[in-house]
Design a protein around this ligand. Sequence first.
Ligand code: BGC
Length: 764
Amino acid sequence: MSSPRSHLRVACLVVAVLSCAGHAAAQNLSRPETLLKKMTLDEKIGQLVQRAGGRQRALNSRLDDAELERVRAGGVGSYLHVAGAEPLGRLQKVAVEESRLGIPLLFAMDVVHGYRTIFPVPIALASTWAPESEERAARVAAEEATAAGLHWTFAPMIDIARDPRWGRIVEGAGEDPFLGSRLAVAQVNGFQGGNILRPGSLMATAKHFGAYGAAIGGRDYNTADLSERTLQEVYLPPFYAAARAGSGSFMVAFNDIAGVPTTANRELVRGTLRERWGWQGLMVSDWGSVGELLNHGVAATRGEAGVLALDASVDMDMVGGVYADDLKEAIAKDPARIKLLDEAVLRILRVKEQLGLFDKPMVYHDVEREKSALLSAEHRESARAVARQSMVLLKNDNKLLPLNPDKLRTIAVIGALATDGRTMIGSWKAQGREEEAVTLLAGLTAAQPKLKILSAPGADPRNADLSGIPAAVKAAKAADVVVLMIGEDYDQSAEARSRSDLELPVSQMELARRVLATGKPVVVVLTNGRPLAMSWLAEKAPAILETWMLGTECGNAITDVLFGKYSPAGRLPATFPRTTGSVPFYYAGNPTGRPADPDLAKDTVRYHDLPITPLFAFGHGLSYSAFGYSDLAQSTQSVGPGDRIDISITVENTGGVASDEVVQLYVRDPVASISRPVLELRGFKRIELAAGARKRVTFSLTPEQLAFWSTRGQWLVEAGRIDFWIGASSADLRANGSFEISKTHTGTAPAAALPTRVIVSNIN
Ligand code: BGC
């Protein structure tokens, strides 16, 4: 990982290059500026318009005369939910060859965790704690999507989510801004291939700026009402990191923060993102969110809504048609608004230029490339490798896992999800096909031809029909071991899929009760899009493997783990609560005047009827091995502005099985001018260790990474002691130390957005 200082140097270089380009442009107008001068008002507005393709996400059905005429007239800047090298190529040709100015179209889709080869859903990808795997997943998605005619994806979703009732927690990286920032950067780099200027790259969208995940009560679209400090320290860092990584576009959130809908939030979008952070990419609204400003009650007419959004610097109107239909009249009322319009047009044209669309509009429409890229053997292999890394072993009593096929004759695979290919590819499946997904039953059957496999659906998470349970119990009784796949289906998390109850669906609970009652050894394979409150199951089931929804290679990957071909080592990116009533529950809370104390039943910050600990802590995850942590060392006792401290530890694989381990660094500022979280993640590294092997892991931190949002509204690094811990999870801390920050000074960036340099070396 690069240091914040090298980061800043790169940023300065970029600014210098851009300002050079600016000087050149003063004498010699850039292509976007030249075009702007030639454009009519209608053509300008047309660039701001994004229209939707057909329901099948292929535009063929909409290539009617009226649509083509709109393109010829320059009335469309972009289409979304479209796909296909050939149909999109035909459409692009119309735009480029038959419209007056020949401005190319931008083609977009939600390519979130794969295009045709589907990778694990984002919360599962986040569970790898391996930015390089996130990057690989995004790269494969980009290779396939760009081969299919797409320029632009609405991903990554980098909203911090601390309330698992929110259905969209499945789409993000969980509760932590440091982990979220690293994974945001990895995905932007993966989608854009490290460089949006390279034709053939898929432009990323950091969404949904700025506090969509803070929807009160976890109800999707709901108001967020949070302190400026929490906004700055928790919700915004991944966006800052994505902006610095060069995400070509951003999307505003549907919701409002304390009464200001983000689509109209001039201070946040134009002020913080563009002016203070210096990001100049393309800002797109969310689906119809410009028009929804009327529902928010901040605009009386669509024209007013359009002006508010444009003023906030929302460049493109996704689907709502407000810019298309109502902006012209609003501009006629106040011609000064043309300046806002021109800025938006320029930003859109610049992106088209950066993607190479003016010079090589047909690069994205090579049908042969499309054929060979989609679902290639290499892509499937990557999907399987990442799926294996995504699983989190929550519990494994008496080493029930891995299963030894030589000691088994009959295995029961129970649960409707075990044959549900649709659920395996999750929400936002792009062009993923359920029939191409390997289900658990299929994967297991192919890998273990000698085992007798009894399968029974038992019960389906979608309904309360329990009539299949007796057959499932019969299969369980006849087997040596049971693999029970239960949880939520793909449609029980995702957008507009918030749930008030975090327990397992009723039918799944009943199935689990009855199967566990057989007394057979039961391995629970969980499928779900959110942390679940499953205290009963966690107590009764001897082994629980969290698999989320693992994509096209799901069944193969799970089988690899169940039979020990791969030791699971994923970690939870979000806390699992004990009950629904205890959410939001996250590890990085403030200490309070009456800290939670396991020995005191009352008068501390806790629920009277629950233990103070969560069911499974942030960062938790077991493996088939065991690890020792030793020889903690630090390079200095004191750091000042511009200094670094190196914190090193030796990790040894003591469990006799090759496995990865995720080493985690947490910090705390114990005495500051405002109370600071009891723990904050500031470093992590997933390392591979052969049995008996040792590695030395060094985390290198700067004081800026300890900055907080001060009462004066700036990043402040305060002099004083900092405590740190290294461990295997936020609840399994193995070594600790402390150092001093020698001087109070201001910081420049959100602390959690700054990367920690990590060095790993082998020890013989
Ligand atoms: C979602 C976005 C998505 C857009 C386009 C909206 O409903 O909130 O995340 O990118 O639709 O599909």
